[in-house]
Design a protein around this ligand. Structure first.
Ligand code: CP3
Length: 355
């Protein structure tokens, strides 16, 4: 394999010094880019894009052609795993993801199987190897999965939800059943991420988008415990290279100390947490990734630049920071603003290192 031309992202995750703070953006390949919308139109749908390795490669590289981003992320979705478990993923226009067969009773949950990623999710592994070839060592490729709890939320609710009433009802009435589902899903996530690593993912990120809807005790029991199983089951090395892992619990700012004990290399931080305090609390145990408010991209250029500097100043000098948004980029973002952000992060963080 070609050696990496830009390894700042991997070095920052290893808490080693870098010439600038590396930056990538959650959902960096997406609807805010006209070229993404054009490819999506050709593919016919989001799933048509994600399930075709050539299209997935094309859209993964689109943001890198425009912006000097320091990492690429596999173009796929966290819901490919429940889809492979037989739930039947589809996207109703303007409604977000939905399942034809949400898990509603004990029988459906007990009948679940752990999918074989090499067959049932083969299109994802093909996308990973195709993207690695196309990147040709430009920047590292991030693979990803949803967390067991976040996947369970979608599987039980059948889609997004405002109040997570169905999953919470199960949590408080049949916790045994929820635990059964989480155990199976955790194994599915481990197998899925390890297959991505073998196919060429150079780091992996676990999105626990809904962990923040739990109580502290609930988080420990229903999300953190399974994140721990996943991290413990991950391949640590491939072809002699270390494969770092990032865990992101949106709304998890209250639990950073216990998350830092997961054994992962970095924690994703949403915008509600002060990065300076986060760093104090976890010390040098993990690197931190975040945490600009995605809405800052709607501000003026001057405000966007100063908000970016605020995040860099909050982390302060010293290794172990990957710049990112506190959640995915909005589809209403002007692409020119992303260019401004990347420029500010690179320029200002270089200056931080020399002053
Ligand atoms: O970051 C990237 O560029 C890689 C691609 C990526 C997508 N989804 C593409 C996508 C990643 C990492 C995800 C993860 C994902 N998917 C999460 C976790 C991260 C988060 O945002 O919290 C979740 C919860 C999902 C589930 C999901 N998929 C939702 C809620 C939606 C609808 C979102 C919306 O804005 O309407 C999707 C669809 C989806 N996944 C899109 C993209 C680019 C938009 C689909 C389209 O083109 O219509």
């Amino acid at each position: 394999m070609t050696p990496l031309k830009n390894d700042t992202f991997l070095r920052a995750l290893a808490r080693q010094p870098t010439p600038h703070t590396p930056i990538w953006l959650m959902r960096q390949a997406g609807r805010y880019l006209p070229e993404y919308n054009a490819t999506r139109k050709r593919a016919g749908s989001f799933l048509g894009l994600a399930k075709n390795p050539d299209y997935a490669t094309e859209v993964t590289l689109q943001p890198l052609e425009r912006f000097a981003l320091d990492a690429a992320i596999l173009f796929s979705d966290i819901l490919t795993v429940p889809d492979a478990m037989g739930l039947g993923l589809y996207f109703a226009d303007g409604e977000g993801p939905r399942f034809h067969h949400p898990l509603r009773d004990e029988r459906a949950i007990k009948a679940l199987h752990v999918p074989d990623p090499h067959t049932e999710l083969r299109y994802v592994m093909e996308a990973v190897s195709s993207i690695r070839r196309a990147l040709d060592g430009r920047v590292p490729l991030i693979g990803f999965s949803g967390s067991p709890y976040t996947l369970a939320c979608y599987m039980i609710e059948g889609g997004g939800s405002d109040d997570f009433r169905t999953v919470k009802t199960m949590l408080y009435s049949r916790p045994d059943l929820l635990h059964h589902l989480l155990r199976i899903t955790a194994q599915a996530v481990i197998d899925y991420l390890n297959a991505q690593i073998i196919a060429g993912a150079q780091a992996v990120m676990i999105f626990d988008t809904w962990g923040g809807n739990l109580t502290s005790a609930g988080y420990a029991e229903f999300s953190l415990a399974y994140l721990q199983q996943v991290v413990a089951g991950l391949k640590r090395e491939h072809n002699g290279e270390r494969i770092p892992s990032i865990v992101f619990t949106k709304g998890g700012g209250g639990w950073l100390e216990s998350m830092a004990d997961l054994g992962c290399d970095a924690l994703g931080i949403d915008w509600s947490t002060d990065l300076a305090l986060a760093r104090q609390r976890v010390g040098a145990r993990v690197a931190l990734q975040g945490n600009l408010d995605p809405a800052a991209l709607f501000g003026s250029e001057a405000t966007l630049r100063s908000e970016a500097r605020r995040v860099l100043d909050a982390f302060g000098v010293g290794p172990g920071h990957v710049f990112n948004l506190g959640h995915g980029i909005s589809q209403f973002t002007a692409p020119e603003q992303v260019a401004v952000l990347v420029d500010e992060v690179h320029t200002y963080s270089k200056r931080q290192r020399t002053s």
